[in-house]
Every structure is written in structure tokens, then in C-alpha cells.
Design a protein around this ligand. Structure first.
Ligand code: GLU
Length: 500
């Protein structure tokens, strides 16, 4: 019996365009377990699903896998959702917004797992197992020690009615085990090609715990089937679960989705990505000053490459170019220098107002408070070609704030000699009498006037002025800096430099 045929068909809300091969509408999901922060690996999995859904005009579903009560927390669910939102990976259906196949939190679907488990129980494809954990553990241990197969020995597989009744009468709470067949399973993975799983890998495995909660493999199959997921795109570490899942799809009479197992992300030295080496979670990257668009761009390149080997892509370009065929089965190395390079590009290229909005908390943490949004944006505009992280911005704009900076040694030295002082003095005289706003062009005009008058050119002209206005010898265009400082401050700073 194919129960999938009895499901509501693909006209419900939230279903996408047919995927071509199986003719099913494209529906993908990201299924985080809310047991901590969203890590780069999880973020990359979410991103590939999101890109695939957007590219195919399909639906992206968010499902929270919180049946591990001991490790799942409400805070961590909220944090994962916030990180996904920050990355701009919006979902069409999910725990916070509902959808036609909800609820989208596994802890709210226990009745559904029970129902599906009962179907397997009544067809004899699952059976109650009363073995105690200690007994199973003991058997596993001695089997390993003696070099025997540690799989479940099938003790409860064929209990008689009377034996079951006796266990029940003794008050034993059974788990439910799936009755596996001794046959190999083959799966065509969209990233890894033909994958063969040997029958010997599998014993009768638990699908429902004695407390009524499903195991991961069972819940994920029930949910993916009932949520009409067409493609399961997830981390390689789940590849070995796929065999169990494929058998469960068959037993339940559901059509299996297509599978795509994405490779691991490793360190540059090919070891497991570790916290020791730096940021590993999305919130750490946010706090370190990366733009969501940059992280999305960089994560997309971990295991996927667009045609033509372009590396700097805006979100829309990623959506346009993404396909599973170009996802590589090889492990992808995380390279923070490259991420910095991608970030620098995005800081320069993304809309100025967005970059300013994201830079603001970094400035405020550094004590640089500017209420005038347009003025702050203008500062960021001058700083952004010069930084690779938002956290570098405060150090590039602090001189706009009185009292937040001091003269660097090189700048103080540059103000020490006679020529410098006469340049500064001459400029001060030209500007002090003026009134109103000081446009960049007028400032530059005044400065070249001073140059002619004093017979000073190039660095000898610019460096003392820059040093007087900003306390340093390098920085963005001095005319633009002066305009933003305003006439009054420029005059103050020129006079202050003369007093040094
Ligand atoms: N909750 C699982 C995890 O976080 C999801 C695995 C899957 O995508 O099937 O790893």
C-alpha cells in the first residue's frame, strides 16, 4: 500500500515548482536540534537548502528537532532562529509561523509518531522489546570483547503472546524495535553518487523509546514524509542513518525523498573545525564583525562552486547559480583569511545604509555615539574601503569624535617642523574667517591655495594637515574628512595643533 498517495496533493499552500526528476514540488527543510548555537556547519546546511529552494522556486521548511529533552532548550531554539534570520535565511513554514504540515516542533508531534509506530506494530514490522538497558549494554560489551557482532540479538523478536503478557504484567515498559530484513540497501545520493549499505550494518533498531518519544531516525522519516519533503540536503555525518531511513520509508509505504549529503567542513590543516582556532558559530562571526551577506557568500563556497569559479557573489547571484550538481563530495577547508577577503568586499559593495546600520553597535561599544544617522553613514562610507571587518570601523572613525583619539607618534612628529606649522597656520587663517558649511571642494581649494602661497606640495602639504585634523598620517580623503568634521572643528583642531 502506498500511503503517500492518500496525502493531500501538491496544491496546498507552501509547495513549490515540480523538481523535474520525480515530478514532486521542491520542498526542503533545515532540521536543527536546539542544543546550542548555530555552527558554521549547520549554517552551511541551512544555506544550501535555502539556496536550492529559492533557485527551484520551492519551499524551505524549518523543523525543530527537540525530542532530546535533556539537551534541547527553548533559549537555544530562539538563538538558532535568530541566527538564521540574521543570515537572511527566511523560511516558508516553521514553528513560529506555522504552515500546512505543522506543527514544526517535534516535541509537539508525539501523537503522530505514535500513530505511525502503531501502523508498523499492527503490520508486524515493529515489535515491543522488553530488554533492560543494562542487559543490552552487557551483551554489547561482551560481544565486542569476544569479537562478535554487537547488534541486537533479537531476543524479543518472536516473543509469544504469553511471554509478552508476562512482561506487561511485570510492569516492563517496552521500546519499539523495527524488524529489519537481511538485505543490502542502495541509495543514489545527489552528491556522493551510488552508496551501498551492507545488510550486516544493521540490527533491529529502536524507533520508539519506552517513554513514548521517537528516535531520531523514526521521527525524521515520519516528518519528512508527512511534510512532503522532496530533497533531504544534510551533513555527511547522517549518511549512515540513511540506510535505516530508507527501510522505514518502505515499511511505512512512503515515497523516499532524494538525498544529498554535504561533506564536512574542516580546518585548514584538515582537522576537525575547533573553537581553539577561532569563531565557529554564527553569533561569534556576527560579533567579530562579519556581514551576513559575506558569511553567506563564503559559506556557499564551502563545498560548492559557481560556474566560472567566481568567488564574490551577492545573494541573488548565489540563488541564480546554485545547483546540487556542483556540490563537491570532498571535505571543505575553512579559511578565515579568505573569509576576511570576502567580507572586505561585501563591506565595500553592500548598500551604505545597511553597512552603517550593522557597524553602529561596534561604534557604540567603542564609545563612539553619533545620533545623526546620515552623518554616521558618511563616516562609515569613508572608512569602509579601508577595513575587512566591521570591528575595524571604530578605529577608522574615532577621530570624528572629540576626546576619543590622540595624536599618533608619527603625526605628532609631522607637526613638529617649521614648514608644517606654517602650512597649518596659513590654512587656519584662510578658514577661520569663512562661514557656514565647509564643502570638501572648498577645503581642498583652500589647501592648494596654501600650497601655492607657501611653496609646499604633495606630502609636505597634506601630512601636517591630516595630522592636525585626525591625529594620524593615513586615512580617507582629507577634503571629505574636513567636510564631515565641519568648519568649527577643523578650525579648532588646526589651532590646537599649533599649540602643541
Ligand atoms: N536534527 C538533526 C541534526 O541536527 C537533523 C538531521 C537531518 O537533517 O536529518 O543533525
Amino acid at each position: 500500500m502506498n500511503l503517500a498517495a492518500g496525502h493531500p496533493n501538491g496544491t496546498a499552500a507552501g509547495v513549490g515548482r515540480p523538481s523535474g526528476d520525480a515530478g514532486r514540488p521542491v520542498r526542503v527543510r533545515f532540521a536543527p536540534s536546539p542544543t546550542g548555537h548555530l555552527h558554521v556547519g549547520g549554517a552551511r546546511t541551512a544555506l544550501f537548502n535555502w539556496l536550492f529552494a529559492k533557485h527551484e522556486g520551492g519551499a524551505f521548511v524549518l523543523r525543530v528537532e527537540d525530542t532530546d529533552v535533556a539537551r534541547s532548550t527553548v533559549d537555544s531554539e530562539a538563538a538558532v532562529l535568530e541566527d538564521l534570520r540574521w543570515l537572511g535565511l527566511d523560511w516558508d513554514e516553521g514553528p513560529d509561523r506555522g504552515g500546512p504540515y505543522g506543527p514544526y516542533r517535534q516535541s509537539e508531534r508525539l501523537g503522530t509518531y505514535r500513530e505511525q509506530a502503531d501502523r508498523l506494530l499492527s503490520s508486524g514490522l515493529a515489535y515491543p522489546c522488553y530488554c533492560a538497558d543494562e542487559e543490552l549494554e552487557e551483551k554489547r560489551r561482551s560481544a565486542m570483547e569476544e569479537g562478535r557482532d554487537p547488534r541486537y540479538d533479537g531476543k524479543c523478536r518472536n516473543l509469544s503472546v504469553a511471554e509478552r503478557a508476562a512482561c506487561e504484567a511485570a510492569g516492563l515498559q517496552p521500546v519499539l524495535r523495527f524488524r529489519t530484513e537481511a538485505r543490502d540497501v542502495e541509495v543514489r545520493d545527489l552528491v556522493r553518487g551510488e552508496v551501498r549499505f551492507a545488510a550486516a550494518m544493521l540490527g533491529d533498531f529502536v524507533i520508539m523509546r519506552s517513554d513514548g518519544r521517537p528516535t531520531y531516525n523514526f521521527a525524521v522519516v515520519v516528518d519528512d514524509a508527512l511534510m512532503r519533503i522532496s530533497h533531504v540536503i544534510r551533513a555527511e555525518e547522517h549518511l549512515s542513518n540513511t540506510m535505516r531511513q530508507v527501510l522505514l520509508y518502505e515499511a511505512l509505504g512512503f515515497d523516499a525523498p532524494r538525498f544529498a549529503h554535504v561533506s564536512l567542513i574542516v580546518d585548514r590543516d584538515r582537522s576537525k573545525l575547533s573553537k581553539r582556532r577561532g569563531a565557529t558559530s554564527v553569533s561569534e562571526f556576527r560579533d567579530a564583525g562579519y556581514l551576513p551577506g559575506a558569511l553567506v557568500n563564503y559559506l556557499a563556497l564551502l563545498g560548492w562552486s559557481p560556474p566560472g569559479d567566481r568567488e564574490l557573489l551577492a545573494r541573488g547571484e548565489l540563488v541564480e547559480a546554485f545547483d546540487l550538481e556542483r556540490v563537491s563530495p570532498a571535505a571543505a577547508a575553512f579559511d578565515e583569511d579568505k573569509l576576511d577577503w570576502v567580507n572586505a568586499h561585501h563591506i565595500r559593495e553592500e548598500p551604505a545604509a545597511l553597512v552603517a546600520r550593522l557597524a553602529r553597535p561596534f561604534a557604540e561599544t567603542a564609545g563612539l555615539l553619533e545620533e545623526d544617522e546620515a552623518r554616521f553613514e558618511a563616516m562609515v562610507e569613508l572608512a569602509r574601503p579601508r577595513v575587512s571587518r566591521l570591528s575595524d570601523i571604530p578605529g577608522e572613525i574615532d577621530f570624528f569624535f572629540d576626546g576619543a583619539w590622540d595624536y599618533e607618534e608619527e603625526a605628532a612628529n609631522a607637526l613638529g617642523d617649521k614648514t608644517s606649522r606654517s602650512v597649518v597656520l596659513a590654512l587656519l587663517e584662510r578658514l577661520a574667517d569663512g562661514e557656514g558649511a565647509l564643502a570638501a571642494a572648498d577645503f581642498k581649494g583652500a589647501l592648494s591655495g596654501v600650497g601655492m602661497e607657501e611653496g609646499v606640495r604633495g606630502k609636505d602639504l597634506y601630512i601636517p594637515v591630516r595630522a592636525a585634523l585626525t591625529g594620524r598620517t593615513h586615512g580617507p580623503g582629507i577634503g571629505e574628512v574636513a567636510e564631515l568634521l565641519g568648519r568649527e572643528r577643523v578650525v579648532q583642531r588646526l589651532s590646537r595643533a599649533l599649540e602643541m
